[in-house]
Design a protein around this ligand. Structure first.
Ligand code: HEC
Length: 131
């Protein structure tokens, strides 16, 4: 008898835990979307040097990086482990939250094949999105 009660309690608890984990996994999706929009806003400074189509014209491409790597590179400029003075000052003005927003935005951008312009990427230009 006692064991049966335990079992049904365990099942009830499992249901609660499932509901909680579904709720928790739903939240980051929304946060990431909000971050990327904020990141796009913040990127107005970055795009004067870094292209959004991922092509390297003397200044390295920063699109499509894993977000955590992107943040750690920006931090290494901010704390002067990386020596480039331009990026030290650009990263020096950013908070951790801003770096994460920029990382979310740039991680979502895709590299356009060399020699193609953004407009030639199917759909991206028509949708008015960066590519
Ligand atoms: C004035 C031009 C300029 C601006 C503005 C600028 N960058 Fe940079 N960025 C550079 C240059 C040049 C490098 C290469 C530096 C080096 O060799 O370490 C670089 C490097 C980087 C890298 C590392 C790339 C790699 O391959 O290692 C990241 C990430 C980056 N920038 C992100 C940003 C972000 C995000 C912004 C906006 C907040 C920004 N940059 C603004 C010129 C700029």
């Amino acid at each position: 008898m006692g064991q049966r009660n335990m079992w049904s309690r365990t099942r009830a608890l499992t249901k609660v835990l499932c509901a909680v984990s579904i709720a928790l996994t739903a939240v980051p999706g929304r946060v990431v979307a909000a971050d990327a929009a904020f990141g796009q806003y913040l990127s107005s400074e970055c795009v004067t040097c870094h292209r959004t189509d991922g092509q390297d014209v003397g200044i390295p491409s920063i699109v499509g990086w894993p977000a955590d790597q992107f943040v750690s590179v920006l931090k290494s400029y901010r704390n002067k482990e990386r020596s480039n003075p331009i990026m030290q000052s650009a990263a020096g003005r950013l908070s951790n939250d801003e770096m994460e927003a920029l990382a979310a935005y740039y991680a979502a951008l895709r590299r356009v094949p060399q020699g193609q312009s953004c407009e030639q990427q199917s759909g991206a230009a028509a949708a008015g999105k960066p590519c």
